[in-house]
Ligand binder design. Sequence first.
Ligand code: SF4
Length: 443
Amino acid sequence: MSLSLSGLTYFVRTFGCQMNEHDSERVSGLLESVGAKKAGSIEAADIPVFMTCSVREKADTHLYALVQALKSAPTPRSGLRTVCIGGCIAQRDDEMLKKHVPIVNVVFGTQAIPNLPNLIVSSRETPTSLLVDTSEPNTAFTSELPSRRASATQAWLPIMSGCNNFCTYCIVPYVRGRERSRDLASITYEARALVADGVKEITLLGQNVNSYQGKDGEGFSDVLEAVAKTGIERIRFTSSHPKDLTQKIVDVMAAYPSIMPHLHLAAQSGSDAVLSSMNRRYTKARFLEVVEMVRESIPDISLTTDLIVGFPGESEKDFLETLDLVKRAQFSSAFTFIYSRRPGTKAASLDLGYTDEELHSRFNRLVELVSAQSFAFNQRFFSQETEVLVEGRSKKDNTLYTGHNPENIAVHFSADEGEDLNGKLVNVRIEQARTWYVTGKQI
Ligand code: SF4
């Protein structure tokens, strides 16, 4: 069996987190390395690939409908469609997926990306059988596979994967396995190659980058420093668990201007009782100490967070503790979620203990507070100069460019016609500061 997909087309549809987006780039790179070409749409592709996410409950039904819809799409050019499902739902459900989406041909788990071309070739030889690889071979880190980056100037760089924390609402440790850190030499090698390729911003990726552990005892601060020394212009990282953020990491962040003054630190709740039930392993007071440690070293940092409303057993008093935490931590923005029960997690069997009305009232009050803080934070940019890495034209108004400033605020701006600013770092004077973005003019 020769491993070639030449003459065939693929299309990857991605759901969920940055880790999935990065895995999708690896899938694309891998399929192209064996001759496949990108199709114009998922319907037109000989090899439609769905990279799934199991974090939200509705994701499953949405995915099943999208995949099954391919059944009524015209047959692709080669005369045979090989439907592949990867990511967290694939890892969790393996051959059970066939029950919900009979059209599926290949199911590949989070560790099986390197084997995907093999699975596709075999499946095309025996199209009626379902091929499944959800084993955990734990061999090559997927980052050592070829990649087809979605952006020429921004790149994901995974430094570790998996998680050991077992937060009681989260499925990740079950579908991504335990923490595995990538060799520092391999990370630095890839960072240097990205710089040489014209990349301006690297985002270091991992379920909990702060607990990175290199084989010679290196920690996340060493990774940050090594990547900063490659000369890359901007470094970001995600996700950070508050319990593992150390002074050493913060010191390196403060020492290198290329490490952006933005930290996403997921708080989830401000109530000690809820945090304990979530198994987050910090208290509200400890979280605020971490915030203080960060602000002492980087006073102007933009601090963002994730918050869950309606975790099982959350009382009004617990919720008020969350509002208080938001005010005291002075988050510049937050992703706010309504708790979603995930089968297979510990929290799934707990009683909710509140009404829908209470839940929505809490959610609305939280969004209102977060929005007000965001609006207040963004005012600091009014009439100031800020540096933007240009990502393209604004979707709402294509006379404007769009990008993010160092604090990770979306900036939409006008510029003189002529030079193409895509992928460039430009200075913008801010003329208006809104709740979720700011607008201005190139200087
Ligand atoms: S730290 Fe908690 S929420 Fe984050 S991936 Fe691990 S278990 Fe899930």
